[in-house]
Design a binder for this molecule. Structure first.
Ligand code: ZN
Length: 190
């Protein structure tokens, strides 16, 4: 009979061991889990991009119709695809949405934020200003208009070459006019 008791004790011990084992096993599992979580964190850039994920970052063509200034450049042998803002790019703005920055942060929030960026807001205002100045010169319809336009284009060209903010175009033309630059006289004729 005593051997039976010993056996019973043995089974109890085994159960106890089994109690402990799952615990340590549990620790191992949690370690494995955290390890796999880390792996998952590192992997998305490589593999998850192709799997449908809510946060996959791909350029959506509908953005092109939402943002008139947005441009998308397809991937080539020399560079990956990227997007840029045509207005900021034309205006030599210094932000992450000019062509040379090769922005690939494909999120609508990136575009919303860019639309409110001071550089961008400024550039959006400037382009119509320049168009207006040119339109004024064109509307005069005199032979001097070509000269006025030429002066403005030269001014523009110079500003771009000197990397000056084009938001100053209007006031620079005004300054030239105030200095009585002859070819700009046409702008003040009513
Ligand atoms: Zn912009």
């Amino acid at each position: 009979m005593p051997p039976k008791k010993v056996l019973k004790l043995d089974t109890k011990q085994q159960t106890l061991v089994n109690f402990w084992r799952p615990d340590t096993g549990g620790h191992d599992d949690s370690l494995d889990l955290s390890a796999s979580v880390n792996e998952e964190k590192e992997q998305p850039s490589a593999s998850v991009r192709d799997v449908s994920q809510p946060k996959k970052r791909e350029f959506l063509t509908k953005w092109l119709s939402m943002y008139s200034w947005l441009r998308f450049v397809e991937r080539t042998d020399t560079h990956d695809n990227f997007m840029y803002c045509s207005i900021c790019d034309e205006n030599n703005a210094k932000n992450s949405m000019v062509q040379q920055m090769h922005n690939r942060n494909y999120q609508n929030t990136t575009l919303v934020r860019h639309a409110g960026h001071p550089d961008h807001v400024n550039a959006v205002r400037v382009v119509p200003q320049m168009k207006q100045s040119l339109a004024v010169a064109l509307q005069k319809g005199s032979s001097d208009k070509d000269k006025a336009i030429e002066v403005m284009f030269k001014t523009l060209e110079w500003m771009i070459k000197e990397d000056l903010p084009l938001s100053k175009f209007q006031s620079l033309v005004q300054l030239l006019h105030d200095f009585n630059v002859k070819d700009l006289e046409i702008l003040s004729q009513k």
